[in-house]
Design a protein. Structure first.
Length: 340
């Protein structure tokens, strides 16, 4: 059994699960401060509802994928990698957006949750407000994991097993923090897990392109009219790509992806023993772009160009943040010259 397939979903579920556990802990603390412990049962009901809806979503996705792969007949070899590629794209978008957005919002997370709990407690149906807040938080984190597992549906039950283990460890961390008062450096934890998640999602880019390449290669073999779909083909290459351009490396004899440590690198970071140019460019572009956005969300730094397009014949001009200091410097020099 290939247990390495469980590692990426374990990491993702661990991070998302700890995030959900923090939200649950903050809500429970708010209820305790407000002397409304009777509403705690609605927190547990919200957790159960969020987990149940996430599991139901996973079951529906699995049934949909299985049904499509069986019902398409001769197009089965095309549909399976195509569906895996589509769900991989969705997982890349969702995980990247949530990683960057939640990192930006983490500074205000506690205040926002306390505000939402306060509004819910002031309303008549306070229990339903608490229930909806928790259920939505758990479902949001669960849906990201479901998308990632759907993108790996051909790997069997191992991704789901990794998700279950990650959820148990996340629940344990939440209990240690809020029930037993164990001090954990949450900021450092999320930084480390964020970097690891960024590398996992970047590796998913390589796999997604490989799935699309497999789809095009299979379609090109149906008949002579479809051969043009494989617009790039190295006639004398042993493992030619269909649409990914020339090869960058072939490490099948040095670091095969089906043996340790290649199998571990493949499962976690999308390592492939055969890399092609389009994959290398896409991986580098995504990792650099998403990495810069993630670092920006960590530090709160904002890039601002020292110029701005003013339109018309004026062309570029200095932005206000740059031009204002220069105007002040000019006035100061003029005052000095006048006084001299």
């Amino acid at each position: 059994m290939d247990f390495s397939a469980a590692l990426p979903t374990f990491v993702i579920t661990l991070r998302e699960g700890v995030e959900a556990a923090l939200i649950v802990g903050i809500v429970m603390s708010c209820l305790k401060k407000a002397q409304r412990p009777s509403l705690s049962v609605w927190v547990y009901l919200g957790i159960a509802a969020g987990l149940g809806l996430s599991l139901l979503t996973g079951v529906l996705f699995t049934a949909l994928l299985t049904g499509l792969s069986v019902s398409v007949g001769r197009y089965g070899p095309v549909v399976e990698p195509l569906l895996e590629a589509v769900f991989s794209v969705l997982a890349i978008v969702m995980l990247s957006w949530m990683l960057i957005w939640m990192t930006q919002q983490s500074r205000f997370l506690k205040g926002q949750i306390e505000g939402s709990v306060g509004e819910a407690l002031q309303s008549k149906g306070a229990q339903w407000g608490i229930f909806a807040l928790i259920a939505a938080a758990v479902l949001r984190e669960g849906f990201e994991t479901v998308l990632f597992i759907a993108a790996k549906f051909r790997q069997g039950l191992m991704p789901a097993l990794g998700a279950g283990l990650g959820l148990l460890v996340a629940a344990g961390i939440g209990l240690l923090i809020f029930r037993f008062g164990v001090k954990v450096n949450i900021r450092l934890f999320f930084k480390a897990m964020g970097i690891l998640l960024l590398l996992i999602v970047s590796g998913l880019v390589l796999g997604t392109l490989a799935h699309f390449d497999a789809v095009m290669r299979t379609l090109s073999q149906f008949d002579r009219q479809s051969e043009a779909l494989c617009f790039y083909y190295e006639r004398f290459a042993r493992e030619p790509s269909c649409v990914l351009g020339p090869g960058v490396w072939n490490l099948s004899k040095v670091l095969p992806e089906d043996q340790f440590p290649g199998i571990l690198l493949n499962a976690l970071f999308g390592y492939t023993e055969r890399l092609y140019q389009v994959q290398a460019v896409a991986y580098s572009f995504f990792l650099i772009t998403a990495g810069l956005l993630y670092l920006q969300s960590l530090s709160g730094w904002r890039f601002q160009a020292p110029w701005k397009w003013s339109g018309g014949a004026g062309g570029f001009r200095l932005s206000s943040s740059t031009a204002a200091p220069r105007r002040r410097d000019f006035r100061a020099r003029r005052r000095d010259s006048d006084s001299g």
